[in-house]
Design a binder for this molecule. Structure first.
Ligand SMILES: NC(=O)c1ccc[n+]([C@@H]2O[C@H](COP(=O)([O-])OP(=O)(O)OC[C@H]3O[C@@H](n4cnc5c(N)ncnc54)[C@H](OP(=O)(O)O)[C@@H]3O)[C@@H](O)[C@H]2O)c1
Length: 265
């Protein structure tokens, strides 16, 4: 299916690895020019090379290294996209994750840091992108969040609590920015990204799992489809939500979780 976005321009934040990178790859594979982002220059350069390999002929892929907690990052990223591609049609926001710890071990600084990383980075990037997205005749925002906004997980209090702000933001923008810009959220369950692989490796080291494979199986055991999510398929869902193929979908928060969520809505 042609998603009809070839020649468009996109910015994907926190995209030198994992779900962000997979989203950038899927967009580039549809012929979209993409700006990738991350903090570590070497990792970003490798990701740019990887996404270029997947890109449809003619699609440009560039990287812009900046820490999303820097208040000027959103402006800098959008300015780079507009300077490179002459405009911006699609914004996909991701970020790193806050530290996993129980509530009683969290400090005020942990809460403010989590808010800065997960919410303010998205607020600032959308604010910078909005005038350019309005100039597109099919501007979109897709925020990458977490299934944890629907179902809380032990020891992830910062993620459980703070990420909900982004879903509230996305829902509000789907009304405030309509009809010019569609806004949707995706809520990933467990996908096999470097971040999740590292958690499994840590689990092998601390004796929680007998082996890496056993760890992956354990993480998949509560997923009805019986496996972890494939980041490539996740990215394709983000590309679909960024395309006219989903032109009547706005204000949705879409779980991509293999059926893990027990919530009816
Ligand atoms: N994978 C899953 O199963 C899953 C499930 C639910 C939610 N999530 C959430 O989805 C997001 C992506 O997860 P992932 O598994 O794809 O992680 P990942 O493979 O570790 O990738 C994280 C990306 O974010 C970048 N990043 C982190 N902090 C940043 C910052 N301050 N400024 C700019 N870039 C930053 C990293 O690059 P640098 O480190 O070089 O900056 C990297 O490119 C996270 O928020 C995660 O909590 C993931």
């Amino acid at each position: 299916m042609d998603l009809e976005i070839a020649g468009d321009a996109a910015l994907v934040t926190a995209s030198s690895s994992g779900l962000g990178k997979a989203s950038a790859r899927a967009l580039a594979a549809e012929g979209v020019d993409v700006v990738l982002n991350g903090r570590d220059e070497a990792r970003l350069e490798a990701a740019v090379a990887d996404v270029r390999e997947a890109a449809e002929d003619g699609a440009s892929v560039v990287g812009h290294a900046v820490d999303l907690t820097d208040p000027t990052a959103g402006d800098a990223l959008v300015e780079r996209a507009v300077a490179e591609f002459g405009g911006l049609d699609h914004l996909v926001t991701s970020a790193g994750g806050p530290p996993a710890k129980p509530f009683v071990e969290t400090s005020d600084a942990d809460w403010y840091d989590a808010f800065d990383l997960l919410v303010m980075s998205v607020v600032r990037t959308i604010r910078a992108a909005e005038p350019h997205l309005r100039e597109s005749d099919h501007g979109t925002v897709v925020t990458i969040g977490s299934l944890r906004v629907k179902e809380a997980t032990d020891d992830l209090v910062l993620s459980n609590a703070v990420r909900s702000g982004v879903v509230g933001l996305e829902k509000t923008l789907s009304k405030e920015f309509a009809p010019d810009i569609r806004a949707n959220a995706v809520l990933p369950g467990t996908h096999r990204t470097p971040r999740v692989e590292k958690r499994v490796e840590d689990g092998v080291r601390d004796g929680s799992y007998d082996s890496f494979e056993a760890g992956l199986e354990a993480r998949a055991s509560n997923i009805p489809l019986g496996r972890l999510g494939d980041p490539e398929r996740f990215g394709q869902t983000v590309a679909f939500l960024s395309s006219p193929a989903s032109s009547f979908v706005s204000g949705a928060a879409v779980p991509i979780d293999g059926g893990e969520s027990a919530s009816t809505m």
